[in-house]
Design a protein around this ligand. Structure first.
Ligand code: 5GP
Ligand code: ZN
Length: 113
């Protein structure tokens, strides 16, 4: 399977890693949309949020814990930040390996574009 995020998780493709453990990896987005733009992914290949199974419930919780940890480390926790997960084409999903976007360091707008 040719998945760029699997390759990043396996260190076969370079990325600026900010966190990794047995279940999750986080790295800087190559095309940042805010001063802080980190992607948090599971090591497990899950294409979209629609593919999550009951057995992935704890994994999803871990991804949020990792995002929170990075938000605190990067100093955006108190100011505020945004967590985004795009699902399928109309939401703008381009990489079909589940990922949380952690965005912060600037004021965010609502509704999102
Ligand atoms: P999506 O549009 O699927 O929600 O988000 C995919 C994100 O992955 C985009 O923000 C894009 O900039 C980022 N991205 C795509 N390819 C790479 C890559 O090879 N390395 C890194 N670090 N980020 C990538
Ligand atoms: Zn993958």
């Amino acid at each position: 399977m040719d998945c760029i995020f699997c390759r990043i998780a396996e260190k076969k493709l370079p990325a600026r890693l900010v966190y990794e453990d047995e279940f999750a990896v986080a790295f800087e987005d190559i095309n940042p949309q805010a001063p802080v733009h980190v992607l948090v992914i599971p090591r497990k290949h899950i294409p979209t949020s629609l593919d999550l199974k009951e057995e992935d419930n704890a994994l999803v919780g871990r991804l949020f814990q990792v995002a929170n940890r990075i938000a605190r480390q990067k100093g955006i926790a108190e100011r505020g930040f945004r967590i985004v997960m795009n699902c399928n084409a109309e939401a703008g999903q381009t990489v079909f390996h589940l990922h949380i976007h952690l965005l912060g360091g600037r004021a965010m707008h609502w509704p999102p574009g």
